[in-house]
Write a protein that binds this ligand. Structure first.
Ligand code: PRP
Length: 180
């Protein structure tokens, strides 16, 4: 698989270092509170798994799935809930975990959905941010890395469902996209 990678944007050491820092910061900010981490499937599951192990506060996790991309590399702008949360969020400290914020449409939609359910607090932690692509403004409280407008895979992010298992963030060779 790695032979299909054109370049590595963020290597696994850089990822782990950044996540350790984020975990410490988040733990400081939530000291004395219990937090419910809401992971947006599927991409964010790898980030969530590493982040919770870098955190030192009582926490629970829940999962929500929605679709915005279909199977292409362009956002359709349509957000649909495929799987809702198992836990109620009312009165809880919610930290939303995203792998990437692109147009911001998905995050914007999920944030308004969760706000209606009256959490005690609602913050966002995103692994990657592609600010050049933003269509709606969204506030990211905790961010891993800002990246340029390139289609990236790895560390949970996919192309056509694959490449989520790469331990780094990379850009694929052009031939992968033309093979479709
Ligand atoms: C990605 C990502 C975000 C969303 C960001 O999910 O995980 O949820 O797109 O894009 P936006 O800011 O333009 O809305 P994707 O739909 O690729 O699903 P996946 O995580 O299951 O691969």
């Amino acid at each position: 698989m790695q032979e299909l990678v054109e370049k590595v944007l963020i290597n696994s050491q850089e990822i782990q270092k950044r996540i350790n820092d984020l975990g410490k910061r988040i733990s400081r900010d939530y000291k004395g509170k219990e937090v419910l981490l809401v992971c947006v499937l599927k991409g964010a599951f790898v980030f969530l798994a590493d982040l919770i192990r870098a955190m030192d506060v009582p926490l629970k996790v829940d999962f929500i799935a929605c679709s915005s991309y279909g199977s292409s590399t362009e956002s359709s702008g349509v957000v649909r809930i495929l799987k809702d949360l198992d836990y109620p969020v009312e009165g809880k400290h919610i930290l939303l975990i995203e792998d990437i914020v692109d147009t911001g449409l998905t995050l914007n939609y999920i944030l308004s959905l969760l706000k209606e359910r009256r959490p005690k607090s609602l913050k966002v932690c995103a692994f990657l941010d592609k600010p050049e692509r933003r269509v709606v403004p969204v506030k990211i409280d905790y961010l891993g890395f800002k990246i340029p407008n390139e289609f990236v895979v790895g560390y949970g992010l996919d192309y056509n469902g694959q490449f989520r298992n790469l331990p780094f963030i990379g850009v694929l060779k052009q031939e992968v996209y033309s093979q479709k």
